[in-house]
Design a protein around this ligand. Structure first.
Ligand code: AMP
Length: 283
């Protein structure tokens, strides 16, 4: 496995892979690998002849008050994991490799970027879309792998690919969870023991809403408010939002149709966690 830091080295490796008629797959990450990242690597490995994982804690998607400074970074441990998963290349650029002096072009995300996470974190998806567009330009992958854990991010990237005519396929990968249901996240490392125990309330709320929908509840606001109440019953949890939305547009729905996404963001102590579930009840 190669570990490279420059765009030129990535392009050289990709050029060689393409000359060998290998399908190139990219999984963009911020590192601190867990089973969610491994799911992306394994899916890419199954589908592609050349697998690239990028590791870049992207300053453009963090607000000044966000956790950019304390975000976990451990390239050595990540490299070990990626090697075990037979990844071909890790691209771990510096901030100046991606944003050299004078960098001044951004991808402006529309409506999809302004709601939910975008409303709570203005500019977040502009930063995400910009770095992902750059990674697509650097790697020219045939396929790129994104986790459904970050459902809105997945939709923003799918929309960007469609609107800006990127010639690649986006492959969504299912959310990987801890045995108690907590979605794997690099940010789970911030949680104290008590907070970790409380964090399972996000999954419980999703599970509860899914059960209610499957039992025939079609009133989206009833689902939403019951899920929110369940989370608020935990003294360590503070709801940022709970939303029942259309899986395509991420606009709130009134009635639960064939499929809806329940998306939520909750603060557990100082740690902000997000989770979601796609519910398909078939009308
Ligand atoms: P991150 O390093 O947190 O930016 O995540 C990199 C990629 O891994 C994104 O496409 C995420 O959606 C995906 N990912 C993160 N956590 C999970 C998870 N628990 N299950 C599946 N995919 C995940």
């Amino acid at each position: 496995m190669q570990i490279v830091e420059t765009i030129a080295e990535v392009r050289r490796a990709v050029g060689k892979a393409k000359a060998e008629v290998k399908k190139v797959g990219l999984a963009p990450t911020m590192g601190a690998f867990h089973a969610g990242h491994i799911e992306l690597m394994r899916t890419a490995r199954r589908e592609c002849g050349f697998v690239i994982v990028s590791v870049f804690v992207n300053p453009a998607q963090f607000a000044p008050s966000d956790d950019f400074g304390r975000y976990p970074r451990d390239l050595e441990a990540d490299a070990e994991i990626a090697k075990t998963e037979s990844v071909d290349l890790i691209f771990a650029p510096s901030a100046t490799e991606i944003y050299p002096e004078g960098f001044d072009t951004y991808v402006e995300v529309g409506k999809l970027g302004r709601i939910l996470e975008g409303a709570s974190r203005p500019g977040h998806f502009r930063g995400v879309a910009t770095v992902v567009a750059k990674l697509f330009g650097i790697v020219s992958p045939d396929t790129a792998y994104f986790g459904m854990k970050d459902y809105q991010q997945l939709r923003v990237i799918q929309k960007m690919v469609s609107d800006l005519d990127f010639a690649l396929e986006i492959v969504p990968c299912p959310t990987v969870r801890e045995p108690d249901g907590l979605a794997m996240s690099s940010r789970n490392a911030y949680l104290s023991k008590d907070e970790r125990a409380a964090a399972v309330v996000l999954y419980r709320a999703l599970e509860f809403a899914e059960e209610r929908a499957r039992a025939g509840e079609r009133n989206a606001e009833a689902l939403r408010s019951e899920a929110q109440r369940l989370i608020e019953s935990d003294p360590l949890a503070c709801v940022d939002y709970v939303a029942v939305v259309d899986p395509e547009t991420l606009e709130p729905v009134e009635r639960v149709g064939e499929s809806v996404v329940i998306a939520l963001a909750v603060r557990i102590g100082d740690t902000r966690l997000i989770d979601n579930t796609l519910i398909e009840v078939g009308g």
